[in-house]
Design a protein around this ligand. Sequence first.
Ligand code: ZN
Length: 134
Amino acid sequence: MITQVDHIGIAVQDLEDAMTLYRTLFQVADFHREQVADQGVDIASFQLGEVRIELTAPLHAESPIAKFIEKRGEGIHHVAFRSDAITSDLAGLASNGIRLINEQPQRGAHEMLIAFLHPKSTGGVLMELCSEDG
Ligand code: ZN
């Protein structure tokens, strides 16, 4: 079951510049820093109430984030929804005709399992399901 919005992923070119901006916007004292090599991303995130904001910069030119910024510029990249049973939620979505980018959950930031849904199936919004365990 999907229980809440977990985080919003924001594509940024330069993580240091973005952290400076978000410190100004929200007086963020501490960012959680993490690189996810599998996804080609360098992340700085902070919690805002129930929702985490994830500033995500590309680790290299082949990163999906680099390609996203090249095509669409910086901005909102995806909305992530927390699932308490990601494998069965994915199967349920697929059986209802939703296209999945990741058929199987992948390892994401914060030790979470993540899977993306195809924006062609979700009205143009890149959505992610994430879960603390399978
Ligand atoms: Zn995410």
